[in-house]
Design a binder for this molecule. Structure first.
Ligand SMILES: Nc1ncnc2c1ncn2[C@@H]1O[C@H](COP(=O)(O)OP(=O)(O)OP(=O)(O)O)[C@@H](O)[C@H]1O
Ligand SMILES: [Mg+2]
Length: 320
């Protein structure tokens, strides 16, 4: 993973009127351009965000409405220039830097995160123009690509798990369009604007309470899919998290804090195991196949996380 250099983004810093002296050398994050800067005299961050302009603006209005209701989310800095802004053919946003600490994995931090997700789902501010969740349409070739990709990555990095995982995942991947997608897509499930990225590495704990600092993948989607993503991927790519998914106990703490704000419907409770499988087959398989960290001797934590993700049973995350 290479940290992107600020020098390649002079036009972005120019748009936001950041003085040369206030620019960093490089991104603070290995996976994407996220540049800590000084703006308006304060510590801030400039990062690439979702396009088109209508999506970036809708996400900005969404977080502003959430923050207006006291929900812990970052909001674009009010600036004399467009923010979010189009620069060239990409979109950029400046947020204040949220001072605080990372997730520790403590019981308190787990419950506080569930509480925040519940507040986000419960707020439901009226916002026009949110991007809509896109339903996949996998043909036989793309299923085959997933099956081959998964078998290959496991064969290379977790050969002891390969046969056991493929025996379970291959039939599920093959029947995804017929058995997993329809109950979720056609189930009349409540929808909400959600971040679809509610993971520990997108939270900063400020005074003990988490703040969502990465709302930029937000879209309008069935809220159980966002909850299922958190169940599976909350500990993904987070150095200070344990080397695994939530335990049953952590899930209980997370989900009960969530449910103090959201009353899940009967349809949601009934579809939940399918929703978890949906996210496992879509986001989970992608995470396993795409991970550069499988082999990283400096990152045994992520390797442990990936092994747990490959073998997790949805029963670990009950809602009833
Ligand atoms: N406003 C902020 N205040 C404090 N820390 C931040 C802020 N924005 C980003 N960070 C830190 O930088 C990291 C990367 O930022 P962010 O998650 O926004 O990038 P990203 O490109 O959207 O990442 P990904 O798509 O991989 O989740 C975060 O995990 C967080 O540690
Ligand atoms: Mg992020």
């Amino acid at each position: 993973m290479a940290y992107e250099q600020a020098a390649g983004y002079a036009d972005v810093f120019k748009h936001f009127a950041v003085d040369d002296a206030d620019r960093p050398e490089q991104s603070c994050y290995p996976y994407a351009p996220v540049f800590p800067v000084r703006l308006n005299g304060g510590k801030s961050v400039i990062k690439r965000t979702t396009g088109p302009a209508t999506a970036a603006d809708a996400i900005a209005r969404w977080v502003e409405a959430l923050a207006g209701q006291g929900v812990g989310v970052v909001t674009p800095l009010p600036l004399p220039v467009d923010n979010p802004a189009r620069v060239g053919d990409r979109f950029w946003v400046a947020y204040p830097w949220v001072g605080g600490r990372p997730y520790t994995g403590s019981a308190h931090d787990v419950a506080a995160a569930g509480d925040l997700l519940g507040r986000i789902h419960a707020a439901r501010p009226a916002v026009d123009g949110m991007p809509e969740f896109g339903w996949p349409d996998h043909d036989a070739a793309s299923v085959e690509e997933d099956v081959t990709g998964l078998r290959q990555v496991l064969g290379e990095h977790a050969p002891d798990l390969r046969d056991e995982v493929m025996a379970r995942m291959e039939p599920w991947l093959e029947s995804f369009m017929a058995r997993t997608l329809p109950p979720v897509r056609d189930g009349g499930l409540p929808r909400a604007a959600v971040s679809m990225d509610f993971k520990a590495n997108n939270l900063v704990y400020a005074g003990g309470a988490p703040v969502l600092v990465d709302p930029d993948n937000a879209e309008c989607a069935p809220r159980v899919l966002d909850l299922a993503l958190a169940a599976l991927l909350f500990h993904n790519e987070m150095a200070t998290a344990p080397p695994r998914l939530f335990t049953a106990g952590e899930w209980s703490a997370f989900s009960s804090a969530y449910r103090r704000h959201v009353r899940l419907t009967e349809a949601e409770l009934a579809v939940w195991p399918v929703a978890v499988r949906y996210m496992l087959l879509e986001w989970g398989v992608w995470t396993l196949v795409d991970a550069d960290e499988w082999n990283d001797p400096d990152n045994p934590r992520q390797r442990g996380f990936l092994r747990d993700l490959a073998t997790v049973d949805a029963d670990r995350f009950p809602l009833r």
